[in-house]
Design a protein around this ligand. Structure first.
Ligand code: ATP
Ligand code: MG
Length: 189
């Protein structure tokens, strides 16, 4: 399984991102991602054996549980020399930095390799751009991040296909270690 942890935009943010991606791809003579592929990657895992999925579920659940939902704003166009344009943020919200750090710590604890480079959230808007992208500020795209998702990617000639494997709500109270016994049903009630 080719896996990564991701954040998905909500529907209004996705609509704004689709428009922006098409505009940027058009100007750069590149290609916008599939509409339902627009995401922010928090941690890329690469190929993971099926028997390690349980470990990833523990990592994801624990990281998501300790961070409350937070607002994310993306407003800066950037790019690489390899024809990619992305949308990034001017600053990293504290909650996002904490979520990323919690994931990285959990992954390290479970023996997964983690990236050393500093985390900068970004969302790919265009690929295969033949012309340099215009860098700079755009109208911010904002949404409230309420979920962390473990996604499977299948590489395909027309572009990768993604499938959500597990989703965790942010800030969920962890399961108590022991639960009170359920009330005993009484006869006749
Ligand atoms: P495609 O590879 O078909 O262009 P994609 O890059 O969206 O599509 P994947 O390669 O499966 O699909 O990548 C899934 C996510 O993980 C993307 O956000 C991608 O940027 C990120 N990613 C892929 N490879 C790496 C890597 N080696 N290091 C860090 N992030 C990566
Ligand atoms: Mg890729």
């Amino acid at each position: 399984h080719r896996l990564f942890f991701a954040l998905w935009p909500d529907a209004p943010a996705r609509a704004a991102l689709v428009r922006l991606a098409h505009e940027i791809a058009h100007h750069g003579h590149g290609k916008a991602p599939r509409e339902d592929n627009l995401h922010v990657t928090l941690a890329f895992l690469g190929a993971v054996a099926a028997d390690r999925l349980g470990a990833l579920e523990r990592v994801g659940r624990a990281a998501a549980a300790c961070i409350a939902p937070f607002g994310l704003s993306l407003e800066r166009i950037g790019g690489t020399g390899f024809g990619i344009a992305w949308l990034s943020s001017d600053g990293v919200p504290t909650s996002l930095a904490e979520l990323h750090a919690a994931l990285a710590a959990g992954l390290a604890r479970e023996g997964f390799p983690t990236e050393r480079r500093m985390f900068r959230p970004h969302l790919t808007l265009a690929r295969h751009c033949a012309r340099a992208v215009h860098r700079g500020a755009v109208e911010p795209v904002r949404w409230t991040v309420e979920r962390l998702t473990l996604v499977e990617s299948t590489l395909a000639p027309g572009g990768s296909r993604y499938r959500n494997l597990v989703e965790w709500p942010l800030g969920a109270t962890p399961e108590p270690a022991s639960r009170p016994p359920p009330p005993t049903p009484r006869a006749g009630v």
